[in-house]
Design a protein around this ligand. Structure first.
Ligand code: NAP
Ligand code: G4F
Length: 323
């Protein structure tokens, strides 16, 4: 019998890669999608006929209880969230409802319908915020610096709490930034690679950015969803840092991206205060030793390959749109 998995956030970057991975593993994959007035399935269009899409919302526990009763999954991956840090200052309550309390709603639906379900929570390196040690590991204390980071700390601890209170197989992946050609256009990597492609095509004169000094540990999303799946295949639930162990500044990202299109970034990049944050996370770099040792996880794509892949994909995208 094929295993059944439910993914919340299946229309997002990670949801689309995870759905591909689970289909390849022979799972019956269901994806929860929220109602909207326009269809938003670009990232899963190529696999849409192989996924069972079900309507639900992290803001509505009843919808999740009904979905679990109907599908009876063995594994639930909770990837849905208001995931853009900058927006979390403008919509702090919505961010808390979705990214924090939403986790409790899914966990409680799991506990109510079938406590044998294995659960994955998409925790974030944003929880480390103003970092208390370098590199960050599973035991590094949290110091979130945005309403999003605060919400993720809640989501992380409620996952630990439900594991300990109800003996759920609930694991939390503390994932550092991971990117791909499917990344949302508002995140800095995609904003830069898409901006480079538009500049190269003569469609844009400059690229307005905020803090170029921030440093991130950037990996490839398809590598990271493998770690999510591996966590749910372990006998015991646990928490894992998933990262590359390398950090790069936004400025390095910019230099490399423009160079990939034979452009001099200094001619195009302008500073725009609108993209500065009220409180910044200056440096993130994770140590994935536990994930490598226990899960046997490793990443295949490095930073330079990731940037090259994203620039090439955006150049191809812009050309196809022009055609
Ligand atoms: P993403 O592309 O922004 O996708 C977010 C998903 O959540 C979308 O499918 C979105 O649906 C869905 N969603 C938002 N609010 C919802 C609601 N109220 N009910 C149901 N679904 C809702 O994010 P991602 O990059 O794939 O990240 C996946 C998860 O990992 C998120 O929880 C994120 O916070 C976390 N994370 C990401 C990273 C990273 O670097 N990517 C790192 C650490 C942790 P719509 O399509 O309808 O908007
Ligand atoms: O790409 P970002 O918006 O990602 P951020 O804030 O690190 O959050 C992402 O990674 C987290 C994991 O650590 C996830 F949990 C979260 O859901 C999300 O996926 O910004 C990266 C850095 C920041 O320091 C920001 O200040 O880039 C800097 N930056 C500079 N100029 C910019 C810009 N960020 C954006 N989005 N846009 C700019 O113009």
């Amino acid at each position: 019998m094929a295993k059944r998995a439910l993914i919340t956030g299946v229309t997002g970057q990670d949801g689309s890669y995870l759905a591909e991975l689970l289909l390849d593993q022979g799972y019956e994959v269901s994806g929860m999608v929220r109602r909207s007035s326009t269809i938003n399935f670009e990232r899963i269009a190529h696999i849409q006929d192989r996924i069972n899409l079900v309507a639900g919302d992290l803001l509505d526990e009843v919808s999740m209880i009904n979905i679990l009763k109907e599908i009876r999954p063995q594994e639930v991956y909770n990837l849905a969230a208001q995931s853009f840090v900058q927006t979390s200052w403008n919509q702090p309550v919505l961010t808390g409802e979705t990214t924090a309390l939403g986790v409790t709603r899914v966990l409680d639906a799991v506990r109510t319908v079938d406590p044998e379900i294995r659960f994955y929570q998409a925790s974030s390196s944003e929880m480390f915020g103003k970092v208390q040690e370098v590199p960050q590991v599973e035991t590094t204390p949290f110091y979130p610096r945005s309403p999003y980071g605060v919400a993720k700390v809640y989501g992380h601890w409620i996952t630990v709490n439900y594991r300990e209170s109800y003996d759920l197989h609930a694991s939390s992946g503390i994932l550092f930034n991971h990117e791909s050609p499917r990344r949302g256009l508002e995140f800095v990597t995609r904003k830069v690679t898409h901006g480079v492609a538009r500049i190269a095509a003569g469609l844009q004169d400059n690229l307005a950015l905020g803090n170029l000094d921030a440093q991130r540990d950037w990996g490839f999303a398809a590598d990271y969803v493998r770690a999510m799946w591996l966590m749910l295949q372990q006998d015991q639930p646990d928490d894992y840092v998933v990262a590359t162990g390398e950090t790069h500044s936004v400025k390095e990202l910019v230099e490399l991206s423009f160079a990939a299109a034979d452009l001099d970034w200094e001619k195009y990049v302008v500073m725009d205060e609108r993209f500065l944050r009220p409180a910044e996370v200056d440096l993130l770099v994770g140590d994935p030793a536990k994930a490598e040792k226990v899960l046997g996880w490793h990443r295949d794509v490095d930073f330079a390959q990731l940037v090259q892949m994203m620039v090439e994909a955006d150049i191809a995208l812009v050309k196809s749109q022009q055609a």
